[in-house]
Design a protein around this ligand. Structure first.
Ligand SMILES: [Zn+2]
Ligand SMILES: [Zn+2]
Length: 245
């Protein structure tokens, strides 16, 4: 029995050499030419969601006859950005993919994740109407820690696909903020006030800006970025993110 255990352990490295990688979501071996990190099957199982969402902020929102197509939050407090859409909800496989991309260093997922976004025709509508792309920035110390800004990687990927430029280092984060996850809506707003700045406003003057981020939770980050972009001369701001929490 002991010998068998020993054998099993000894052959594990060999297996890893012969089968270099398996899908980080379902575990099956990756064999397709395009497959890296996650298999095509897992990508195809991501639920792309459009239609029954608030026409402004893109929140899941089930319409009833005779009701406005805009959620109560947007009616009471109209966002500064025109529209936000994402590929789907921050749940299931999409959530796993974003965690792999953002926290586990699988930068190569930027390509298939950008492709998922383009599957949503409402996202494609937005992409057709903008002049330039701006990623939501990270504070320089956080970016150094992570090694990349996931929003910037996505912005570059989208730029390659639609042929519109990314304006880098125009919107910058000048103050480190607390992680938004643990904060209430009101605290989130306070946490972000004055955290962003626009450098070279000439680059966005009169332009229709596409703001790109990974996850849209309460929308307060996008809201604060849109506020400063409009204040600095952008004619309008639309937002796309991978997922809506
Ligand atoms: Zn898989
Ligand atoms: Zn809304």
């Amino acid at each position: 029995m002991r010998f068998r255990n020993f054998l099993a352990r000894a052959t594990l490295p060999l297996k890893l050499v012969v089968f270099p990688s398996s899908c980080k979501v379902c575990g099956r071996f990756l064999d397709g030419p395009e497959e890296k990190v996650v298999c095509q099957d897992c990508f195809s199982r991501v639920e792309i969601h459009w239609g029954e969402v608030c026409q402004v902020c893109g929140r899941l929102f089930y319409f009833r006859k005779g009701q406005p197509l805009i959620c109560r939050e947007c009616l009471e407090n109209q966002p500064i950005f025109n529209r936000h859409r994402s590929a789907g909800a921050y749940a299931g496989i999409l959530k796993q993919l974003i965690i792999l991309f953002k926290y586990q260093g699988y930068e190569s997922l930027k390509k298939p994740l950008a492709r998922l976004l383009l599957k949503n025709h409402e996202v494609r509508d937005i992409l057709g109407s903008v002049d330039l792309i701006i990623p939501v920035p990270l504070h320089p110390s956080r970016e150094k820690e992570r090694g990349f800004n996931q929003a910037e990687l996505l912005a570059e990927e989208i730029s390659r696909t639609i042929g519109k430029p990314v304006a880098k280092r125009v919107l910058i984060k000048t103050r480190k903020t607390l992680t938004q996850v643990s904060l209430e809506a009101e605290e989130r707003k306070q946490n972000l006030t004055g955290a962003f700045e626009v450098k070279n406003p000439g680059q966005i003057l009169g332009r229709k800006v596409l703001l790109v981020d990974d996850v849209f939770t309460t929308g307060s980050t996008c809201q604060e970025c849109a506020r400063i972009l409009i204040q600095s001369g952008a004619s309008e701001v639309q937002v796309i993110t991978l997922a809506r929490a």
